[in-house]
Design a protein around this ligand. Sequence first.
Ligand code: MN3
Length: 191
Amino acid sequence: MFTLPALPFAFEALEPHFDTATMQIHHDKHHATYVKNLNDVLPDKTETDLVAILQNKPEPKVRNNGGGHWNHSFFWENLSPEKTEPSSKLSAAINDSYGSLDVFKEKFAAAATGRFGSGWAWLIVEAGKLTIMDTPNQDNPIMEGKSAILGLDVWEHAYYLKYQNRRADYIAAFWNIINWSKVSDRFEAVS
Ligand code: MN3
């Protein structure tokens, strides 16, 4: 069985950047539905099987719901109400690839804004270098054999209640609540 992980903070903890009602619906309804649908189609599998399943070109129901489960679990963990900073190793890699954290943010925001319709923006590590990518629907980098360290959900359900059509404002708010400690740990695990 697959299980819905608890959020690593309270629903209201990310206010005013991500609002309480959106966090409740996003976690308790959207993410919970991906988990339920995944259990319906793969009742004999468990969490430890998920990455291998996603890497193996799954059929659409598994791809969408398994991707949805993996992506949201990953996303909650790279959010935090605590103020954190990239580690010195991650900062050096950001500077190496983008020149500065501000330029990285601009390029990541451009990818997140430019993803047409529903999808995700990602920071990934490829051959030790940082790269930005975006994916449609609930696709993700591990479906392409890549390692993600940061993800941002740009489906309208992630921001419409608070930001309506202003996806750029939602992306700007995201920079205030990134768990850079977690992102740094992920970077150091794959580089
Ligand atoms: Mn979502």
